[in-house]
Design a protein around this ligand. Structure first.
Ligand code: PGA
Length: 253
């Protein structure tokens, strides 16, 4: 059965002290994830080990926000999937729209990163989603289908089952403008239908599809209540302990 996931994406925020304080505030609440639930913190690289040491006991996981598309070698400043794995990190965000937009991460690069993650047993959280002008033209389904085809279609069904998808409409990221529960459900059902067409229903029903874009404590219940929305990838609101706790509690059981 696919997992219901609350994933915090801290992006490039917080000092070490702030990061420790935020995790401690969240841990104090001791919200225990259910058997089909997962709580993941995607923290900046320097805090991965600290976060892992702090949250593992509570049953939470830690993710990297990015990884290199190269295996190893002379790539100054890069962090390989093997390095992540060697410190016990088993999730990694791939293809966030900020990486695509500001760091030129094209589909081919994303495909390489996904392949490395799968080779090393790291679960990729693969992001997709359209910009405002695409939605205004009503082309969001075609756009997202193309993103899925280009990055994911070379993988087998058993590999696809190991990938988490995050649908994050760019117009809703950090804008306070959330997709309605209906818009989210429509797109998530569409994404699942694309997966079913390619790999069959068994695979499609096993893949967690998260919604991202201005998820908050106040809207998480409604968004996560939709049948194809399996939780959220949360930016801004994940930097606030009580907001994120509310979001964890909104996950379906
Ligand atoms: P947001 O970011 O929750 O601040 O909109 C979500 C994301 O970019 O993952």
């Amino acid at each position: 059965m696919r997992k219901q996931i609350a994933a915090a994406n801290w992006k490039m925020n917080l000092t070490l002290e702030g990061a420790q304080g935020l995790l401690d505030d969240i841990l104090k609440e001791a919200v225990q994830p259910g058997a089909n639930q997962q709580v993941i913190f995607a923290v900046p690289f320097p805090y991965l080990m600290m976060a892992k040491e702090r949250v593992t006991q509570q049953g939470y996981a830690v993710a990297a926000q990015n990884c290199s598309n190269k295996k190893s070698g002379a790539y100054t400043g890069e962090v390989s999937v093997e390095m992540l794995r060697s410190i016990g990190i088993d999730h990694c965000i791939i293809g966030h729209s900020e990486r695509r937009e500001y760091y030129g991460e094209i589909d081919e690069i994303l495909q390489q990163k996904l392949a490395l993650c799968l080779d090393h047993g790291v679960t990729p959280i693969f992001c997709c989603g359209e910009a405002l002008d695409v939605r205004e033209k009503g082309k969001q389904n075609d756009f997202v289908r193309e993103q899925l085809e280009k990055a994911l279609f070379e993988f087998s069904g058993s590999e696809m089952k190991k990938i988490v998808i995050a649908y994050e409409p760019i117009w809703a990221i950090g804008t306070g403008k959330t997709a309605t529960a209906e818009q989210a459900q429509q797109m998530h059902a569409f994404i699942r239908s694309v997966l079913a067409e390619k790999w069959g229903l068994d695979v499609a029903n096993d893949v967690s599809i998260l919604y991202g874009g201005s998820v908050k404590g106040a809207n998480a219940n409604e968004l996560f209540g939709s049948p194809d929305v399996d939780g959220g990838l949360v930016g801004g609101a994940s930097l606030n302990a009580s907001e994120f706790i509310q979001i964890i509690k909104a996950l379906k059981h």
